[in-house]
Design a protein around this ligand. Sequence first.
Ligand code: G1P
Length: 289
Amino acid sequence: MTKKVTKAVVPVAGLGTRLLPVTKSVPKELLPIVDVPAIQVIVQECVKSGIEEVIFITSRGKGQITDHFDYSYELESILAERGKTQELEIVRNIGEMIRTVAVRQKKPLGLGHAILCAKDVVGDEPFIVLLPDDIIDAEVPGARQLLDVYEKYGQGVVSVMEVPDDEVDRYGIVDGEEWSDGLYRVRMLVEKPQFEEAPSNLAVIGRYVLPPIIFDYLEDVRADDTGEVQLTDALARLARERALVGYKFEGERHDIGDRIGLITANIAFGLKRPELRDRLQSYLREICD
Ligand code: G1P
């Protein structure tokens, strides 16, 4: 029997330099997908996937992110006074969405170090990691898809997708063997290789189900030339010494840490909203003609 995954680790400490100037004053995780902050889309994915607690790895200037999932008494009482029941429900539901914990990553030492900051809060349990740059638009939530694979095989799982040749240097790349449709036995991983050195086009996307041994591996990872501790190095050891499954998830992924991904996510999610769909569609047709 595999242990049930109840905790999600969501690193939100990054500077968001790819989205300057807006990220000079607004955390990228709070940028809107239509009218919902990106981080709320991620937390909703957790809730729909059966997760009970979200552990945010935060840094200076990111306090608004944890505040967003708190009750907002002042706003709630004003909305109640004015009889704005619908709006009140929207605000209250966010406060009630899920239990949250915030852990500070005091220095920007990379994704691996950010995950290691969650060690004491996660404890000796498997957990899921969601990188909020990656918004997965799917019928079955991305996190749920990975948890289903984990529950079936009882091993660590990373989500993967094929990327074009000129993009392999932006991702962790997997060397794996496909043993079943969309499922890979991962042999090795490399972080952001040059195309010539990449073992494949199979890129790791920001959803991982990990066993707690990963914390021991992360403690042993040495920082790379840029001073960052890479999660990929610990995953490579997990694949080597235990097992790691690569899972090609279903759905569309938007990298909202990037300008084009932020725009495509807004269009895709805007088109899903019945009250916006027709106007948005006819506007897009009009300007594309
Ligand atoms: C991180 C990981 C990388 C992974 C990517 C997915 O990179 O280090 O292995 O492929 O997320 O989005 P980052 O985008 O933080 O540079």
